[in-house]
Design a binder for this molecule. Structure first.
Ligand code: NHW
Length: 420
């Protein structure tokens, strides 16, 4: 999604120009040497208010208890009807309860960072914002942050400056816990992205994507040609490929940590976090009903040499002329491979070949799990396989932001090794 207003002019950002974020007009942000890395503003813990920010009459704060099924359902319904849509309002993310539990109950989660606003009379949940703790490596420093997500205001309450109130309230709640930095992503341009990525899409069921209006028929092509372009083999080819199990966590953590050291900004994962983010404990291994799919490659010595993961996120089809109500999308999540460390002259070619093999298998597995489309961003080493695996650029961009932290811009979209 793009911002409707003239982006990059601070005067257009009445709220954001008051916040500790880098300004668009900061000089030489792209030159690493000239940027003083670190917090933008020191917060005095003694001055953090213990009272919530005031809300307009008729509304009140409500801490959401996601262990309570009824409250989880309220958040799910708010997001299902009012969360992120594409520019043409054809599709809207539809987070299921299991996905919300996965995203919002990450290790170290706190109820006080699941913040709702209710209409006082009806008790209806009309807005939400959340955070989970994330240890973030930014260049050579480890920064304790909150990852802020699921900011949502009911459509009837839009443009009333409620979003800034929610943001200030979650900031206060993070500060109370000694957290003064945050990371967040958005499709809109705000002051000021540290990195920007584009969404790429790889059709798995092209015909369905065409019928719901997600994929166009390219000029000069035919439906039959499109369907055959995206056809995939029935079976995966990488020897030793299998679903990740809990007992793989030590090896996967080690491989992931080493792999992520190659990029300039990335979340730091420990074993507990690896288990949470990559092993879906609830899921039946034979069923397609799971939030996250993680596959490892194990060699003859039981060493895990590679892994990849993708998660499930549906979108509702808002204009439903085709009578199909959802698009099942798989989103490429984390991956890592020992090929990245093989000392050879053609290091990048080895990595490229390996990633193409792994991602092709990921596509085959996602197709078997009945996904319609496979999405990926232009981050990590993704540019090494996106076009070979028939991903095409989408309209959407994803901008990455840091709150109260300055670092030189991370080159985006082209030089894969410099990205989040
Ligand atoms: S991005 C998804 C955001 N949600 C949606 O797009 C859902 C559908 N839209 C809505 O619900 C992932 C509303 O349109 C929202 C804005 C609520 C987006 N991030 O209330 P007003 C996240 O959840 C600014 C930040 O009148 P509204 C990440 C906008 O520029 N700011 O607008 C969330 C303007 O400020 P300006 C955003 O349409 C990260 C002001 O809001 C924004 O009724 C949050 C207008 O407010 C966005 N996505 O409601 C930041 N969209 O300066 C966390 C608009 O321009 C920061 N705005 O005047 C860190 C906090 C923690 C720190 C810890 C130390």
């Amino acid at each position: 999604m793009s911002s409707g207003k003239n982006a990059k002019d601070m005067a257009n950002y009445k709220f954001w120009s008051t916040q500790p974020v880098p300004r668009f007009d900061e000089k030489a942000a792209s030159a690493e040497k000239s940027v003083v890395e670190g917090p933008i503003k020191e917060v005095d813990p003694a001055k953090v208010s213990t009272n919530p920010s005031p809300l307009v009459a008729g509304f009140e704060w409500s801490e959401i208890d996601l262990l309570n099924e009824a409250e989880l359902k309220e958040v799910q319904e708010l997001l299902c009807n009012h969360y992120v849509e594409d520019d043409e309002a054809m599709f809207r993310f539809n987070y299921l309860n299991e996905t919300l539990n996965w995203a919002l109950k990450a290790p170290g989660w706190r109820k006080s960072w699941h913040v709702g606003v209710r209409a006082t009379k009806s008790r209806k949940l009309v807005a939400f914002i959340s955070g989970v703790p994330v240890r973030l490596n930014v260049r050579d420093r480890l920064v304790n942050t909150a990852e802020i997500n699921f900011l949502c205001v009911h459509k009837k309450l839009r443009s009333k400056r409620l979003a800034p109130v929610l943001i200030m309230e979650i900031t206060r709640r993070c500060n109370l816990e000694g957290i003064y930095q945050a990371i967040y992503t958005a499709g809109v341009v705000l002051p000021k992205p540290v990195a920007s990525c584009r969404y790429f899409h790889r059709a798995l069921d092209w015909e369905k994507l065409y019928n719901v209006g997600f994929s166009p028929l390219p000029h000069g092509s035919t439906k039959i040609r499109q369907i055959s372009k995206y056809r995939l083999p029935e079976r995966t080819v990488t020897p030793g490929l299998r679903l990740m199990r809990a007992e793989d966590a030590d090896q996967v953590t080690d491989l992931l940590q080493r792999y992520m050291k190659r990029v300039k900004m990335a979340q730091e994962f420990n074993k507990e976090e690896v288990l949470h983010w990559f092993v879906d404990k609830e899921a039946d291994p034979k069923s397609n009903k799971r939030v996250v799919w993680t596959y490892v490659v194990e060699d003859a010595n039981k060493k895990i040499t590679d892994f990849f993961s993708f998660y499930s996120l549906e979108s509702s089809v808002i204009h439903n002329a085709s009578h199909q109500s959802t698009i099942r999308a798989a989103y490429l999540f984390y991956y890592a491979t020992e090929s990245a460390f093989e000392k050879q002259n053609d290091e990048d070619d080895v990595l490229k070949a390996r990633l193409n093999l792994l991602v092709k298998d990921a596509l085959i597995l996602a197709k078997q799990a009945k996904f319609d489309v496979f999405n990926a961003l232009t981050l990590l080493d993704n540019p090494l396989f996106l076009s070979d695996q028939k991903f095409g650029p989408g309209d959407g961009q994803l901008h990455y932001y840091l709150f109260n932290y300055r670092t030189a811009d991370l080159p985006s979209g082209v030089d894969s090794k410099n990205q989040v």
